[in-house]
Design a binder for this molecule. Structure first.
Ligand SMILES: Nc1ncnc2c1ncn2[C@@H]1O[C@H](COP(=O)(O)OP(=O)(O)OP(=O)(O)O)[C@@H](O)[C@H]1O
Length: 753
């Protein structure tokens, strides 16, 4: 009877356990999770460990919260108090184990000495001293107390004793108003020690935690270990792995950037994070980087058998980017991208882990890693068309003002640390140049899946990047060496030798050029021009007037205007008008600034791959060349900024996001265009960004795209920032997603079960 319960319990658990890294979820005993606990205990006394009732497993989705609470109260008299009872019952999941426990709140001096401290009379010897306790798939509930398993790291149990300790990092409760100031240090360690009515029941409780993938640190009984030392003939406790279905301790490589966060990353790791990993039984090999590029080198060459469970990056977004590029520069890139990446935020900017997993403090990040699970995340590649160099990223690539700030901020790294972006931003703001770009983008639409064969792209880009080697990731601290030609490294995008032709990768994205490259260069002229901002148009300076712009709003889905439904179109219109008063003016009300540059079209002709020649050959009026078969949209002009976001890009300083509709795994990138020039526009943009209203500005376009090609105007000097790394932008780059996603370790806290 009891055994069959064990079996059903195990199978229930298997259903309940989320799809965590299977490698990480390997079980100690040979049978893995397939067998029942070898330990069978008779039911005992009034405080027996109860088998789940016929109602169980409790399916919280099929019961109302009231039902759930009522049934719990009826069965065991468990009183969940503290407000938000409904909320807590939602958190309970299904019941794994019920029984009695005595919460031992006294400080233990004998904790690690293995003495089975007998509760003093009146403490726990009587049945009444124990409280009802319940272990569910999501929480441990005892009396009126509640511990979410998401907050629990591990359980320590000394074999043969009847108490055990649950180690946890619950959130500190901040009195209202103070929570803001507690950001980043909301959790602290708490050890909960429980005495079970008997040793057998203690084992059962600990086994329940093990079943729920909580690491069990099982220590030998000190007496038996002493005896064992003195005589091999004396019986010893059975090895813990025979009792508990513990998960194998994960083995990982830690790459720590000691320069991150103004040098605080070592403190963060050794002082805060490492103890958590130790408690959770992790086996870590820690390597501190010695220079920029070291992390990439490590990731490109590490033997995965030494860190089968992943690589943990301690630092900012820069170190993660290095690791990603290192993994993708390996011979076996598919294996490289499949290696899970854990992130401990310890740098000045940690947008990736903050946005994707919702954690921004090191303790929560470590908890997310301990809890496991994987979060698939898109990876984008930026390719320099002329050189063929490729750099990968997971957060954002940007051009214009922001990349200039990134460049200038390098100068102030030592003086100002994380504030350097603000200082550089202010200085750049005072002497702001004009940025002109030509860009083409492929809006994300259903049909795009048919047009773009991402698998081909992937094979191609992987083959090429493997053969040619990826460019060296350049840190902020080595911006000078990137920007100064004489000091450029071989792998840098700008110096790599390559064909001036767009690569196969680019052709793959652009079916037109793919066709041309394979000699099939006929044009299927369509009867209708659906794309007024045709870059090949002989009519200069579109869009010129407000009325034209308005009419453009009627196009279906292929232009920036219609894509503004992500913003607020009505608001845009109002903003358009108001902005003419205070602004230099919306782009369609005044001559666009780029119009004032003489001979823009002569100097900055858009050279669509093969397209112009094709048109001329065919003798077709360029104005009438339809482009919608490819669905690429081409625009050009002055842009304060171009941001191609892979996820929402939450900034550490504010709770607002740059790209509100972006998802890290939606196979799309979100293109943000801040049109025009001038300080006032820029200031308005940043102010509205702080309030989350930047998309409503009339000069901001927001488009979901599959791919973007960006080329700086002739007199435009702008870099290309990728996840905080800066590269020169001399010539066209194309940004697209890889079909393979990388895997971040952890899930948004609270979504583990
Ligand atoms: N030991 C090292 N010495 C100097 N630079 C390093 C070292 N290790 C890594 N780097 C470089 O430091 C850069 C920044 O790293 P990271 O993003 O981890 O920290 P950060 O504090 O967020 O810094 P930043 O804000 O400059 O990005 C990376 O681009 C990386 O190439």
């Amino acid at each position: 009877m009891q055994k069959s319960w064990s079996l059903s319990r195990a199978s229930n658990l298997r259903v309940a356990v989320p799809q965590q890294s299977l490698r990480r979820m390997g079980l100690c005993s040979p049978g893995g999770g397939q067998h029942a606990s070898p330990v069978v205990f008779p039911e005992k006394r009034g405080s027996k460990v109860k088998t789940p009732s016929s109602k169980q497993p409790v399916n919280p989705t099929s019961m109302t919260n009231d039902d759930l609470l009522k049934s719990k109260n009826d069965e065991h008299g468990i009183d969940i108090i503290g407000g938000g009872g409904d909320e807590k019952s939602d958190l309970l999941g299904y019941v794994v184990l019920t029984g009695k426990l005595f919460p031992d709140k006294r400080k233990r001096s004998d904790e690690n000495h293995g003495k089975d401290r007998r509760p003093s009379s009146g403490e726990a010897t009587t049945h009444e001293s124990f409280v009802d306790a319940k272990l569910t798939s999501k929480a441990l509930v005892w009396g009126s107390n509640f511990l979410a398993l998401d907050d629990a790291i591990s359980v320590t149990y000394i074999t043969g004793l009847r108490y055990f300790t649950v180690h946890a990092y619950p959130e500190k409760r901040a009195s209202c108003g103070f929570s803001y100031f507690m950001k980043g240090q909301k959790r602290s360690r708490k050890d909960f020690r429980f005495v079970a009515p008997s040793k057998e029941e203690a084992v059962h409780w600990v086994g329940g935690f093990a079943d729920l993938q909580c690491y069990v640190n099982c220590l030998p009984h000190p007496v038996s270990s002493k005896k064992q030392a003195s005589s091999e003939l004396l019986p010893v406790d059975p090895p813990p792995e025979l009792i508990f279905r513990c998960k194998n301790p994960p083995r990982m490589l830690v790459i720590l950037n000691p320069r991150s966060g103004r040098g605080r990353s070592s403190k963060v790791f050794y002082g805060i994070v490492e103890p958590i990993f130790k408690l959770a039984g992790f086996q870590l090999e820690v390597v501190k980087t010695t220079s920029a590029g070291h992390a990439k080198e490590l990731a490109s060459s590490v033997d995965f058998s030494t860190c089968p469970d992943g690589i943990i990056c301690v630092g900012g977004d820069g170190i993660i980017n290095e690791v990603l590029n290192g993994l993708l520069s390996r011979d076996n890139q598919k294996e490289g991208i499949s290696i899970p990446i854990g992130i401990i935020p310890a740098g000045s900017d940690n947008s990736l882990v903050w946005t994707v997993l919702g954690v921004r403090d090191p303790i929560s990040a470590a908890l997310a890693i301990v809890k496991g699970g994987l979060t698939a995340t898109d990876v984008f590649a930026v390719e320099w068309i002329q050189t063929g160099a490729i750099h990968f990223g997971m957060t954002v690539s940007y051009y214009g003002f922001v990349s200039d700030v990134l460049e200038l901020s390098e100068k102030y790294q030592k003086q100002f640390g994380p504030l350097r972006y603000f200082v550089a931003g202010f200085l750049k703001f005072l002497c702001m140049p004009k940025y002109s770009f030509e860009l083409e983008y492929l809006p994300a639409q259903k049909e795009d899946h048919e047009v773009v064969d991402m698998a081909d792209l992937y094979t191609d880009i992987m083959k090429r990047s493997s053969k040619e080697g990826l460019p060296k990731a350049s840190s902020l601290s080595s911006i000078d060496s990137i920007m100064t030609p004489s000091r450029m490294s071989v792998g840098d995008p700008d110096t790599s030798c390559g064909s001036a032709e767009p690569s196969e990768y680019v052709r793959g994205i652009d079916p037109k050029s793919k066709r041309l490259s394979s000699g099939r260069n006929h044009v299927n002229a369509e009867p209708e021009v659906i794309h007024p901002p045709n870059p090949l148009s002989t009519t200069p300076n579109w869009p010129r007037t407000r009325s034209k712009s308005r009419s453009e709003k009627g196009w279906s889905g292929l232009n920036t205007t219609s894509d503004r439904t992500w913003g607020n179109a009505a608001m845009n219109d109002r903003e358009d008008i108001s902005s003419t008063i205070s602004d230099p003016g919306p782009i369609w009300d005044t001559e666009p600034k780029w119009d004032s540059e003489p001979n823009w079209d002569v100097e900055n002709q858009i050279e669509l791959p093969g397209h112009a020649a094709d048109c001329l050959e065919a003798g077709i009026n360029k104005e009438l060349i339809p482009r919608y078969e490819e669905k690429w949209v081409a625009v050009k002009g002055q842009y304060l900024g171009i941001l191609v976001c892979n996820h929402a890009c939450r900034t550490v300083q504010s709770s607002h996001v740059v790209a509100p509709k972006a998802e890290h795994d939606d196979s799309c990138m979100d293109l943000l265009l801040v049109r025009g020039s001038g300080r006032w526009r820029l200031l308005r943009f940043f102010l509205r960004l702080q309030m989350g209203g930047h998309l409503e500005l009339p000069y901001v376009d927001y488009i979901k795209v599959k791919s973007v090609k960006i080329k700086p105007g002739k007199h435009c000097r702008s870099g290309c920032g990728i996840d905080g790394e800066l590269f020169p932008l001399n010539g066209q780059v194309v940004s697209s997603l890889l079909p393979e996603q990388c895997r971040l370790i952890g899930r948004t806290l609270g979504q583990h079960m």
